[in-house]
Each structure stands twice: as structure tokens, then as C-alpha cells.
Design a protein around this ligand. Sequence first.
Ligand code: PNW
Length: 484
Amino acid sequence: MTSNLQLCNYTFPKGFAWGASTAAYQIEGGWDADGKGPNVWDTFTHQGGDRVFKNQTGDVACGSYTLWEEDLKCIKQLGLTHYRFSLSWSRLLPDGTTGFINQKGIDYYNKVIDDLLTNGIMPMVTLNHFDLPQALEDQGGWLSENIVGFFNKYAEFCFNTFGNRVKMWITINEPSIVAKYAYENGLHAPGIKESGTGAYQTAHNMIKAHAKAWHTYHLLFKEKQHGFVSLALNANWAEPLDPTSEADVKATERYLAFSLGWFAKPIFIDGDYPPLMKSSVAAKSKEQGYPSSRLPEFTKEEMQMIKGTADFFCLNYYTTRKIRHQEYAQARPSFQADEEVEEIKDPSWPISSIEWLAVVPWGIRKLLKHIKDTCNDPIIYITENGFAQSDPAPLEDAQRWEYFRQTLLEILKGIYIDKANVKGYFVWSLMDNFEWTEGYSKRFGLFHVDYNSSSLPRVPYTSASEYAKVVSSNRLPEPEKKLK
Ligand code: PNW
């Protein structure tokens, strides 16, 4: 097994994409600059109520709306081949619709895209990364089926405006986090708590919105622009707590069905949800006296429309869980009670200063294999992977680089031993930024941002210089210890 890696000399495949990722709300600031409309995170953070660490906001963040050139310097210093960022929908279309277009927003992203291309860096663009225009949220947001049409218009506008230069598109970032956090448990903006229905309903609309936008691209733009469209799915790897327990093994299958399978199966396979998910939600709904399942159904036409609508697989990987079968009191319907699992972090796994992020580098290899086996062996880009430090974070972050290195080693095994078709790797994140409910207290950056200084200086962590070496050589330094 080792020999495969030694044979390849720890070198990544030719043309491997090396990137870093960011998202508009987390870095841009300029929340009401130059005609930008408000989005759900503007509203949510401005409402206060201690839902975000110290009631911090993205009003200023890293100031990237005015400091783009500083970001570009960081990107060039790393020598990246790719940069993933997201468009702020309400900066381009202040009320979410094409009824009014904000030219200043177009100018900003044109500059970002053109500067990247001038420097030989390929942009990968996310259309929506958690920051839905508030005007659309006021009409029901992702809960309303009308969003499918609004999203499609927005996507068409973006393909039309930027698609002559952008060839890699991600429609929606992490729909499962949006569904569960924004509309089910209410921890993320807009803070809606529709337990037992919110997540399913919004996921249903996100899948349709994604698929429709993919068709729009392939019908109207593909021939001329030759780009690729996908969506970014986050997934934890999972293994049964007790591998000899049939209940835990089944629970682990359920956990994967309720996370990755929820989106990957309809989009990559056959237009429909995983059977385990359908049967679980249907059974619980029946017990609870619902006339039909709380999990909505796709019509035959919708399934046809949805299946096969991703040109590559974008994986956001952070962590792994041990899974135990667990029934929950049925006081009210919930995603958790439907799923019937308990997620456990093995005590031997280091915690990367953010409570949910246990460091499990080998999980990514297993997940890559799982995606290869269950999603038709797709081309895979790892569009996010990272480890947070707490504030204050030391610039010398040797331990964190060790996590990156181990993860990259597992990716090499995935490529050369398991034959997963991995074409690129993007670090989350280029620089420290607004980490949603954690505010600025967790630092995921390759570059440190000093929020106390008005010029918001970016300074590289040790991880940045180590990553730059990997990027420029396209290989990992040989490990000292023998590989398993
Ligand atoms: C991703 N979880 O979100 C997002 O795409 C980024 O915007 C974010 O900054 C990054 O991961 C780090 O958190 C996640 O609770 C949010 O498991 C929450 C979870 C996972 C990913």
C-alpha cells in the first residue's frame, strides 16, 4: 500500500487545483455600501439577542469590499491556482430580483474576476453562501417555492454577466446547513425554528433551485461558455460507535442518508431522496398523525429534472463522527427525532478549538471512497477543509499545519490507492473571517487578520508558508514515519 504513495513520490496529479475559499458575508463588509441591499445575516446580526458571539456583525468583517487588492496579495503569496469566493446576491440585486441591478456590485466582482485571471488564477464562484437577500426572505425565503424562480433568474443574470470569464460555478453552499440551521433549529439567519418541517421543505426548494439553474446554464450558456456547474455539499464521515451492534450500523447508514445522501442521491443518482430517509420520516409522521410524510415528494417530472444536475462533486470536509442509535422523546416532530442517531466525538480525537470540529484526517479518505462508490465516481473537488484556532491565535501554528499535512496525505491515499478522482483542494479559509455564530472568536485563516487595526492587515500564519510550498511543488514533503 505504501509503495503506491512512494511511487508517486507524494506528488499530486498533474494539473491539480490548489485553492483557498471565502464567502461574501464573512469577508466583504460594506454591508450597505454603494447600493447593496440587506441580506438575512445583516438583519440577524443587527437584531442582536446574543445569537452571535458578543453580538458581532459582518458590517466591516475583513473589509474585502474595499481591500480586495490585499486579498489578491495573499492569494499570490500562496501561489494558488484557484480562488473560491461567493457573490453577494443583494449586492448585485438589492431586492433579490432583476428588477433593479446594482452596477457598483457588478463592477466590484468584475474587478475581482479580472484581477484573478490577469494573474493566472482561476475563479470558482459560489452564487449563494448563506446570505439570502432579506427582501426574498420577507416573501418566505427558502421555505417558499417561489424562491426557485428567483434563484434561477439570479443565476441566469450571473452566468450572463460573469460567465464569459468564470468557468466553475457552485450554485448553493452547504444546503444541509442552511436547511437545518437557518430553518429548523434557528441558530443561523434568518433564525426560523420550524422543527420537523423547516429543514425538509427548504432542502426541497434548494434542490429544485439548484437543478433549474444547472439546466439554465446547460440550455443557454454551456455551448458558448464551456463552464461547469455544481453545488457544495458538506459531509462528515461516520462510523458505528459499536461496529458489532446492528442498531448502530443501521443508524450510521441513516446518518449518511440524512446528510450527504439527502442531496447527493437526488442530484447525482436518480432525482429522489434515499429510501432510509423516506421511510424514517414517513413512519414518524404517521405516528404523529400527519396525513402524509413531512418529507415532501418530488413528482416524476421533477425527478427527471433533478437527476444528473452536477458536473463535478464539491465536498466540504471538516470532521467525523461515531454514531449510536438513539431514540428521542416525541414531544414535537424534529429532524433529530426522525434521524434517531446520537453523534459522538471519540475522546482520542483532538478538538480544533471549535467545539464540533474534531480532527480526523483519515475520515476524508473514507468519505472520498464513499462518494466514488455511491455517486457514480464523480470528479471531486474538496472545496473546503480547515481547522480553527481560538482568538488570540499564534502566528506559529505548527499543530494546525500538521492537521493539514495529515489530511493531504489521506487525500493522496484516496487518489492513488482508492482511485478517487480528486482534482483539487481548497483550504477554508484564505484569511480569518466572520465565523457565523462564533463571530470573530474562531480563526480559520491561512492569513491572520488584525481586527483592531483599521487597515485590517493580513499576516501569514506558518500554515500559509507551508501551504505555499506544497502548492508550488505540487507535492507533500515526505513523511518521516512509515505509513500504515
Ligand atoms: C462551513 N457544522 O460551514 C461554511 O461553508 C463556512 O462558511 C464556514 O465558515 C466553515 O464551514 C467553518 O465553519 C459549516 O456545525 C458550519 O458542522 C457549521 C458546520 C459545518 C460547516
